[in-house]
Design a protein around this ligand. Structure first.
Ligand code: CTP
Ligand code: MG
Length: 242
């Protein structure tokens, strides 16, 4: 019974707009992917479980650079795919052929785009899977009022106000029983090649299977870095933390 993880870092970061892939961009002197990998490997559950095998997906042409950025950590770097779903599938395939794969019972999927997700959050997700919840996502209450609209045009018609109390904004890492996530990716493999059909998160694939997904408390520190503003905010928070 071991815990493994796939860390996705194969995106280009087009909205961040750097010449480097987003995972290699520096946050306080360390790359985003190095922060995320360090936090994953530091997590300890109540029963002292930790991530024993970590696979990182890198852009195909940057595998060496990502390996260099993680040279101080015990990780395996593999090329990702054309979508996030395809990259996770590539990471799962690498886990399957890694030594000790027959002992994997829990798998986390995490994004390098959430570099400061703290070890306490990561452990909470693993603990929830170990307590019998086969698909677990961290989520935070939604604080904005949310309107559903008829999309299109500079002025859009409001169709409904969505009851906010029932909504959660979900984060990563997401945690799964190894069997369930493997089955979800195998079932929907044909959707992985195109952004239009691929799932934006792994829990979505589990939902498509008709299996239950559970939410545990998220953490503001697991915020996603998408835009230059997000990176600036993360830099300030890291400095404030000391
Ligand atoms: N990702 C990946 N493989 C892809 C696309 C995305 O592994 N083909 C990863 C990213 O590296 C990131 C996570 O999925 O850690 C979430 O994606 P996102 O925040 O959208 O990152 P990018 O796709 O790199 O950014 P953008 O969409 O702005 O280009
Ligand atoms: Mg993207």
């Amino acid at each position: 019974m071991t815990v493994a993880a796939v860390l996705t870092a194969a995106g280009s970061g087009s909205r961040l707009g750097h010449s480097l892939p987003k995972a290699l961009v520096s946050l306080g002197g360390q790359s985003l992917v190095a922060h995320a990998a360090r936090n994953l490997l530091a997590a300890r559950t109540a029963g002292d479980r930790h991530v024993q095998t970590l696979v990182v997906t890198a852009p195909a042409e940057h595998v060496a650079a990502v390996s260099d950025a993680l040279a101080h950590l015990d990780v395996l770097v593999v090329p990702g795919g054309p979508t996030r779903q395809a990259s996770v599938a590539a990471g799962l395939a690498a886990l399957r052929s890694a030594p000790g794969s027959e002992d994997i019972s829990v798998v986390l999927v995490h994004d390098a785009a959430r570099p400061l997700a703290p070890p306490s959050l990561i452990a909470r997700v693993v603990d929830a899977v170990l307590s019998g919840h086969h698909a677990v996502v961290p989520g935070l209450p939604v604080t904005d009022t949310v309107k559903q609209v008829e999309p299109g045009g500079p002025v859009e018609l409001v169709v409904a106000t969505v009851p906010r109390a029932d909504l959660r904004a979900v984060q990563t890492p997401q945690g799964f029983s190894w069997e369930l996530l493997s089955r979800a990716h195998a079932t929907f493999a044909a959707d992985a090649d195109h952004e239009s059909s691929a799932a934006s998160d792994d829990a979505g694939l589990v939902e498509r299977l008709g299996e239950r997904v559970w939410v545990v408390a998220g953490d503001e520190r697991a915020a996603k870095i998408t835009t230059p503003r997000d990176l600036a905010v993360a830099t300030l928070l890291l400095e404030a933390d000391g």
